[in-house]
Design a protein around this ligand. Structure first.
Ligand SMILES: [Zn+2]
Length: 244
């Protein structure tokens, strides 16, 4: 297969949560984040990359960022426990026009605690909405959760989510990813990577500033699925500018 396609599938398969027979990795111990780069030659950039995610947002640059206006639709999908996260895959879920690229919405998944931090502050949960354009470029919209009112959007997901790695279930109700996002659409923009092996760079990160609420019980239900959490530690910025 042409090199571009090979790269594309290697970047996309893990990001899309499709079956992959890659080497095993985890969030603790010998196969934890500090060792990812050494687990497989294709994971090297996890250690050598200069634009790795997640990040702790400290200094920012004021920019006239374009409006963030994804167009999502209600769609049926499957909810998967892939051993690393709970992920919802939707065949046709919407689109995002951003920075001159046309992205299709592919999937969303969760991390606890949050991967990205703001001024050092960690949040109990973070959702990543992954979009890909026809050439394989990825754009991820992230939203941070804080403890508060129950999330109506998480409720049907949490009721259906498999409790063991390798299991999946069909969602009984259609989901609209829009409902996972806060009303406010101010965001931070920075270049980054996948936060899981192979840590591929070239990912456009768009992190919403306004947190969304989930109940203490909802936060606990997710946290209890992953004994060691499922968040990669923050990575050095190496001179990257975070725009807002
Ligand atoms: Zn993620």
């Amino acid at each position: 297969m042409p090199r571009s396609l090979a790269v594309l599938s290697f970047v996309l398969l893990p990001a899309l949560g499709l079956a992959s027979d890659g080497p095993h990795w985890s969030y603790e111990g010998e196969e934890g984040p500090a060792h990812w780069a050494g687990l497989d030659e294709h994971f090297a950039v996890c250690g050598s990359g200069k634009e790795q995610s997640p990040v702790d947002i400290q200094a920012t640059e004021d920019t006239d960022l374009p409006a963030l206006a994804p167009r999502y639709a209600y769609a049926r999908g499957e909810i998967v426990h892939n051993g690393h996260t709970i992920q919802v895959n939707v065949p046709v879920g919407g689109s995002l026009e951003y920075g001159g690229r046309q992205y299709q919405f592919k999937q969303f998944h969760f991390h606890a605690p949050s991967e990205n931090r703001i001024q050092g502050k960690s949040f109990p949960l973070e959702v990543h909405l992954v979009h890909a354009d026809a050439e394989g470029h990825l754009a991820v919209i992230g939203a941070l959760y804080q403890e508060g009112a129950e999330s109506a959007a998480l409720k049907p997901l949490w009721e259906t989510m498999p409790k063991e790695g390798g299991e999946k279930a069909e969602l009984e109700l259609a989901v609209n990813p829009e409902r996972l996002l806060p009303a406010g659409r101010d965001y931070y923009r920075f270049p980054g990577s996948l936060t899981t092996p192979p840590c591929s760079e070239g990912v456009q990160w768009l992190l919403l500033k306004q947190p969304v609420s989930a109940s203490a019980e909802q936060l606990k239900q997710f946290k209890d699925l992953f004994e060691h959490g499922n968040a990669r530690p923050v990575q050095p910025l190496h001179g990257r500018v975070v725009e807002e």
